[in-house]
Design a protein around this ligand. Structure first.
Ligand code: ZN
Length: 120
């Protein structure tokens, strides 16, 4: 995962637009992407145009190419929510791993040298 903290450049954001639309970015990149697009008019417009092209063209024959901007707004909210949920989940897994490593450590030490750690 990309853990760089600095803001993304417009170039990077615009390169990631197709991946964002397909929800192929990892949660960190998704959150940086959404954060950038909310504050950068140029990238928001580029996202809107690419969304219309990528999604709209597929819909032309199915006659459902209506209100794509509303759909895009919903996609942004959905991807952002998924990314936040994924980050929360990975934090819980991380804490659980530490917890079980500590508990496991106690049992290993107790098995090797009985009475060394277990106080009872
Ligand atoms: Zn930008």
């Amino acid at each position: 995962m990309n853990m760089k903290k600095e803001a993304l450049s417009c170039d990077t954001v615009q390169k990631n637009i197709p991946k964002f639309i397909d929800n192929k970015l990892d949660s960190y990149d998704t959150l940086s992407f959404v954060e950038h697009v909310k504050n950068c008019k140029a990238c928001a417009e580029e996202l809107s145009v690419e969304y219309l092209v990528l999604v709209g063209v597929k819909r032309l024959d199915s006659a459902s190419a209506f209100d794509l901007n509303k759909e895009l707004a919903e996609l942004i909210i959905r991807n952002e929510a998924k990314a936040k949920q994924k980050r929360r989940l990975s934090r819980i897994v991380f804490l659980a791993a530490i917890f079980f490593a500590i508990i496991g450590g106690y049992f290993v030490a107790e098995a090797l040298i009985p009475g060394s750690i277990w106080p009872f």
